[in-house]
Design a protein around this ligand. Structure first.
Ligand code: ARG
Length: 266
């Protein structure tokens, strides 16, 4: 009988020792370095291409860093799907799709409108914003166009490769509009302010933002009903699904509401 009790006591002691040992091992062993092979692109960072001349979506802050609504949003999504963070690559707007296709960047975050032409070459996430085109003129201008016809004989600035540029170019020769293309909206608006051109056509939320930064005003709106999405290579199916899933969740979150408030003031 004593032998049985001794065996049970020994068993219990051994079990306790094993338990303590296992606990000690797990609580003191260094957690293995997190592997990023599990991110949709197999990289630690999501490589984001943008064109920072489009406030408040993407612009250059006073300290030189690239910031904006798109930047914060894609960073949020990147963290959600397992990335350590984002790396931003800045370039002209019309270089973004070629850069994506050549693998220089993994996603475009640039207030890019989802269009059938672009959908032939890249894949877009679900939409996260909407916009129309606005016609911007100098704030002190006596000439206030009301429609495209009123732009006859005038010089209109656009950003190369944008939906606004394509729209105006379609009507330019028929309506006698001179189109001047710029690599950046900021340069176009500066030329407008300096009197070198008569108007700029650009996305309505951005036009609105420019009216608070430069002496310019919105003459009229062209209702194009565009929506913005993030663009990835068509072959990056995993990345697209992960971004879509994360975006769906984020769009209904308080973090998103805060983001809208931060850049659009509620
Ligand atoms: N939404 C317009 C387009 O897709 C203009 C976007 C311009 N974006 C920029 N970051 N400059 O063509």
């Amino acid at each position: 009988m004593n032998k049985v009790i001794a065996a049970v006591v020994a068993g219990v002691i051994i079990a306790i020792c094993i338990g303590v040992g296992v606990w000690w091992y797990y609580s003191h062993s260094v957690a293995p370095a997190k592997s990023y092979a599990s991110t949709p692109t197999g990289k630690e960072y999501l490589i984001v291409g943008t064109s920072p001349d489009f406030p408040p979506f993407e612009y250059v802050a006073k300290n030189g860093s690239i910031v904006g609504f798109d930047i914060d949003l894609i960073r949020l999504l990147a963290h959600k799907i397992g990335y350590k963070g984002i790396k931003i690559v800045s370039m002209d707007f019309d270089s973004l799709i070629p850069a994506l296709l050549h693998g220089k960047i993994d996603v475009i975050a640039a207030g890019m409108s989802i269009t059938p032409q672009r959908e032939k070459v890249v894949a877009f996430t679900i939409p996260y914003w909407h916009a129309d085109q606005a016609v911007l003129i100098r704030a002190n201008s006596k000439w206030v166009p009301k429609s495209l016809e009123d732009l006859k004989g005038k010089t209109v600035g656009v950003e190369t490769g944008t939906t606004g540029a394509e729209y105006i170019k379609k009507y330019a020769s028929k309506l006698g509009i001179n189109v001047k293309e710029y690599s950046s909206f900021v340069l176009a608006v500066q030329d407008l302010v300096n009197g070198r051109i008569d108007a700029v056509v650009l996305d309505s939320p951005v036009a609105k933002m420019f009216t608070s930064k430069y002496p310019v005003k919105i003459a009229f709106i062209i209702h194009t009903g565009e929506v913005y999405g993030f663009a990835v290579r068509k072959s990056d199916v995993k990345l697209l699904h992960a971004l879509d899933q994360a975006l769906k969740e984020v769009l209904n979150s308080t973090a998103y509401k805060k983001l809208v408030e931060k850049y659009f003031g509620g």
